[in-house]
Design a protein. Structure first.
Ligand code: HEC
Ligand code: HEC
Ligand code: HEC
Ligand code: HEC
Ligand code: HEC
Length: 186
């Protein structure tokens, strides 16, 4: 009898990892944010979680290629955040979820790698630059990620030449260019 019990115990321990991967929505604290309610959807726990319900950054990044690309290229706000996504992005509070908890009034723009100076520093409305027509489209929210990177998101140069580095010749105050730069670079 004792032997059969031990065998049963042994078999159940073996089976444990298999069964524990089959979570249901009842195992979740609450519904997901509106942004995630359809994709991946609450029932697909393992799209975000490991089998022991930890958060796996590689799973987040497999959907969020826009962030993965910035980490790979070492640019933008997320350039150094290869893990710890859930330190800043919470979930499971339904419509109340603050998936992004950011206060634009208290945001240090230098952390994005773009230091706003001159006229740019005087613009207080983030959405004056990060507009719906120049950021990646989202259904449930508005992104900060430009579709064209750098200054070209807002400015097309009215002249041929180096389209990438406006600041090689211009300042962030106005479009006037120092005479010596004009002679040297054009
Ligand atoms: C969109 C990705 C996503 C999906 C899908 C998802 N979760 Fe989560 N879950 C998270 C994140 C992010 C956290 C961390 C929340 C936090 O720290 O505030 C979390 C936390 C948890 C926690 C820990 C809660 C706590 O207070 O410590 C449990 C348990 C959990 N999830 C279970 C589930 C189950 C079960 C499912 C499937 C039915 C599921 N989750 C689906 C993203 C997800
Ligand atoms: C004058 C225009 C301007 C204003 C105003 C502005 N930004 Fe930016 N922002 C930029 C530029 C330019 C970049 C660099 C984009 C790049 O290199 O692709 C940037 C980058 C960012 C990024 C990083 C995007 C990424 O690719 O990771 C975030 C986040 C961001 N800004 C948030 C804000 C917030 C929040 C505010 C308001 C507090 C704000 N910005 C105001 C021009 C602006
Ligand atoms: C230190 C806090 C922090 C960490 C860690 C972090 N994020 Fe973020 N995340 C933010 C903030 C603040 C924003 C809003 C500014 C922005 O859009 O870049 C954001 C925005 C986003 C966005 C929306 C971007 C947009 O504007 O369209 C996605 C997607 C995202 N994070 C995914 C991730 C993933 C995946 C990870 C883990 C690899 C991660 N984040 C790690 C703070 C963080
Ligand atoms: C199966 C794909 C998928 C996975 C996995 C996934 N996401 Fe998302 N995520 C989405 C979609 C779809 C949206 C909504 C895009 C839209 O609004 O059009 C979104 C939106 C977001 C946003 C922006 C929300 C906002 O309000 O601006 C953040 C931040 C984010 N996800 C972080 C994460 C993190 C962190 C993880 C891992 C725990 C994760 N996502 C896992 C598909 C996914
Ligand atoms: C190689 C140097 C150089 C680069 C790089 C450069 N510019 Fe210029 N740009 C000039 C010069 C020189 C003028 C003429 C300005 C003057 O006469 O003071 C000018 C003029 C302008 C003007 C017109 C100003 C007016 O008064 O009408 C705008 C707008 C402008 N540039 C935008 C840009 C943008 C946007 C970029 C980046 C995408 C850029 N430039 C990159 C050298 C440059």
């Amino acid at each position: 009898m004792k032997r059969i019990f031990l065998l049963f115990l042994f078999l159940s321990i073996l089976a444990l990892p298999v069964f524990s991967q089959e979570f249901t929505v009842d195992d979740a604290p609450d519904a997901l944010s509106p942004s995630h309610s359809e994709t991946p959807g609450l029932k697909n726990c393992l799209k975000c979680h490991t089998p022991d319900l930890e958060i796996d950054a590689t799973k987040c990044l497999s959907c969020h290629q826009e962030i993965a690309l910035r980490i790979e290229q070492q640019r933008g706000y997320h350039k150094e955040f290869t893990e710890g996504c859930s330190d800043c992005h919470t979930e499971h509070e339904g419509a109340e979820t603050k998936l992004i908890d950011m206060d634009p009034e208290d945001f240090d723009h230098e952390e994005t790698g773009a230091e706003l100076k001159g006229i740019h520093a005087e613009i207080k409305d983030c959405r004056a630059c990060h507009r719906a027509d120049n950021t990646i489209p989202r259904k449930k929210s508005q992104s900060f990620l430009f579709t064209r990177s750098g200054y070209q998101a807002c400015h097309a140069a009215p002249h041929p030449g180096r389209q990438d580095q406006c600041l090689a010749c211009h300042t962030q105050r106005n479009w006037r260019v120092d005479t010596w730069i004009k002679r040297a670079k054009r």
